[in-house]
Design a protein around this ligand. Sequence first.
Ligand code: FAD
Length: 503
Amino acid sequence: MLVSTAMTSSRVVVIGSGPCGSMAAWQLVQSGVPVTMLESGSKRPEGLLLRALGRNIYRKKPDGNFGSDCATHRASGDPKTKWYYDLSLGGLSNHWTGAVPRFAPEDFTEGRRLHEAYEWPVTYDELVPYYERTERLMGIVASGHDVPNLPGGYADDRRELPDDWQRVADTAASMGQGLTTLPIADGPRNLVAPRGTAFNSYTSLVEPLLGSAMFSLKQGAHALRLEWSGAKRRVTGVVYRDAADGLEHRLEGDAFIVAGGPLQTTRLLFDSVSSDFPQGLGNSRDVLGRYLHDHPREWWVLEVKKPMSRLSPSIYLTRRAYDDAEPLFATSWTLGAPNTREKLMSFTPFKATEFGVQVFGTMIPTRDTRVTLIPGSQDESGSSLLDIAIRFDGPSMQNLEAAQGRLLELMDAAGVPSTIQPVPPDQVTPGSAVHYGGTARMHRSPEYGVIDGHSRLFDASNVIVADAASFTTGAEKNPTLTAMALAARACERLAGDLRSGQA
Ligand SMILES: Cc1cc2nc3c(=O)[nH]c(=O)nc-3n(C[C@H](O)[C@H](O)[C@H](O)COP(=O)(O)OP(=O)(O)OC[C@H]3O[C@@H](n4cnc5c(N)ncnc54)[C@H](O)[C@@H]3O)c2cc1C
């Protein structure tokens, strides 16, 4: 049975309360547009975070019972492919680290050296106001300075590198790279929070909206498909399953923001079939699901021969200069404490000889790295199961492995000879970075993209993709801040279009 609810006051439906859906809802309400948010989960953020004098003293994240190795998908590329998601209020922001580097201007353009398919339809300058708007909501600790290949953003709490690391930063700059405080959404210097992360999109953005007459939240409402009206040439409703009664309901709206996380968003679009779009909404040119990308990720320990200051917060070494690298190949390095004991020792003035290093590499997304639906399948929520076809190829792995030598070269040049401890094996698995993107990508041309430069489906301009499914390419930087900024930009434009009757 399908229960139908016409929109009375709310005009835009936002699907998902993770960082991207929450930012979209926040922007729409700020712009005077009523919003109904559908969220599959109903579990509130859990955990405990104690922070004093600008350092996390204790952090208990919610149970690691999120995502899956294979129950919700088939891996037809690398068999170890993982897909993490959390159908909860706040989504994966219940678990995340909170690293929020901006993309650099070149990240939006360098792909064109390879092919026009890899150039974004939006520039860094166009995104700057939305980066800053987002950063002001996140409680960011950072240096705030520009360094090579990483623009400095807005920071509530500005932190400089320790002096000995600043000398390494000077050498890095002479090699075309930046070394700076990792921009991180760590919140105020002192904090006691009943959740695992300082910034949680539900508590930070959605909860404050609950008091507004412009906003309503339906929890336990899992969106199953968008409904296309051939007569009106637009999407007119969304069908969702309500956990409270187990029934399918239909909600109407003037526009729909899809922000379920990159792969959830993609399967919702695939599941939204109609006679006009038999292969899924947004898929009239067979681009939906393609160009999947992720960050090959590796962690190892750098051992320095002479003790260096402990790092809290962590620090970030930016990618090599764009002109020195093959297009779309880059790595970033995050250096911090390698274990809990070292984290505790960072409260003392003593120096350390071991630092944990997390490296994110890149891959070139192609039409063959993709997700598709498994025909006739269904999970417990009523959505189709996904086949994920991704594998890190030779050039991606070589790029990742070269990161070890590059860091040693830098440390040596800076007068801090170092070695790398044996690297833990079998780490590099698609999905383990939790940075999938690209499967409903933005592009100037529908030949290469599912959405336009304002994140609207080419097939249905009143539907916006507001998460990292929208990414044209996957720079080596953590994706969430950029995805949120794109969501804010798209929603501000949508609000204007709704006011002028153009949406
Ligand atoms: C341990 C860990 C550390 C991380 N660290 C970082 C980091 O430092 N920096 C960074 O940039 N990123 C990091 N990430 C990734 C980051 O958490 C995600 O990029 C981010 O949460 C994505 O936001 P989102 O809104 O697109 O999706 P999600 O956070 O996945 O939220 C999606 C929401 O939509 C809901 N939903 C999904 N499908 C439906 C549906 N059909 N109907 C209704 N609701 C639906 C879900 O319940 C969820 O609430 C980390 C992730 C993990 C797991």
